[in-house]
Design a protein around this ligand. Structure first.
Ligand code: GLN
Length: 200
C-alpha cells in the first residue's frame, strides 16, 4: 500500500488528506526532507504559491522536491500546487521559483477580478461521462503545454477564442488541476491520482 504525502508548508492540507482517505490511500503531511524521503507520492495543495515557494526554500525542501519529481515520483498539484509543478509561470512575483517537472506555462490569478472565484461543471473525459463540479479560487490556467502534456479538461471563459482555457493536465506521473477537487465531495481526481501512483 503506497503512502501519499501532502506538502504541508501552507494550504489546504487536511482537505486533501480527507480525499485521499476517501479513495483508500494512506497519507501523511510532509514538511521536511526526511518526511519527503518516506513517501511514495506527493500532493501539492492549493494555497498561495509565493508563500509555498518561500517556505520550501526556508525548510530546505525545494531541491529535494525537484529531485524527487525529476526522479519519477508521482505528484498531483491543485491550484497553487499546479503552479508549483509548472516549469514556467506568468504573473509570478519577482524571483518566484517552482519545483517544476511539467512542461507547462501557467498564468497566476488568470481569471481576473470579475471571476476571482467561481464554480463550473467541466467535461473531464478521463473521469467518465459525468461532468466534474469544479471550484476555482483565484486560480491559474495553463497557457501553454509542451508536446508530452495531455490536456484533460478546459473551462469555457469569456476570453474569446472559443476553445476554453486549459484547467487540467497530465504529463506522465504528474497531474495538475487549476481547481480544488478537495473542496467538493467528488473524489474522482484523487482516484485518478491514486491509479497513477499504483501504476508507478
Ligand atoms: N492565487 C494563488 C497563487 O497564485 C493560488 C490560489 C489557490 O491555490 N486557490 O498561488
Amino acid at each position: 500500500q503506497p503512502t501519499v504525502g501532502v506538502l504541508a508548508l501552507q494550504g489546504d492540507v487536511r482537505e486533501h488528506q480527507r480525499m485521499l482517505a476517501a479513495v483508500g490511500a494512506q497519507s501523511r503531511p510532509v514538511r521536511t526532507p526526511a518526511e519527503l524521503d518516506a513517501v511514495d507520492a506527493l500532493v501539492l495543495p492549493g494555497g498561495e504559491s509565493t508563500t509555498m515557494w518561500r517556505l520550501a526554500r526556508t525548510f530546505g525542501l525545494l531541491e529535494p522536491l525537484r529531485r524527487r519529481v525529476a526522479g519519477g515520483m508521482p505528484a498531483y498539484g491543485s491550484c497553487a500546487g499546479m503552479i508549483m509543478l509548472a516549469d514556467r509561470i506568468e504573473g509570478g512575483v519577482a524571483g518566484q521559483e517552482t519545483v517544476g517537472g511539467m512542461d507547462i506555462t501557467v498564468r497566476r490569478n488568470a481569471f481576473g477580478r470579475q471571476v476571482d472565484s467561481f464554480e463550473a461543471d467541466l467535461d473531464f473525459p478521463a473521469l467518465g461521462a459525468e461532468p466534474l463540479h469544479a471550484v476555482f479560487i483565484r486560480a491559474p490556467w495553463v497557457e501553454k503545454v509542451g508536446d508530452g502534456v495531455e490536456v484533460l479538461s478546459r473551462v469555457a471563459t469569456a476570453d474569446g477564442d472559443g476553445t476554453g482555457n486549459i484547467v487540467a493536465v497530465r504529463q506522465g506521473r504528474l497531474l495538475a488541476t487549476s481547481f480544488h477537487p478537495e473542496l467538493t465531495a467528488d473524489a474522482r481526481v484523487h482516484a485518478l491520482f491514486l491509479d497513477i501512483v499504483k501504476e508507478a
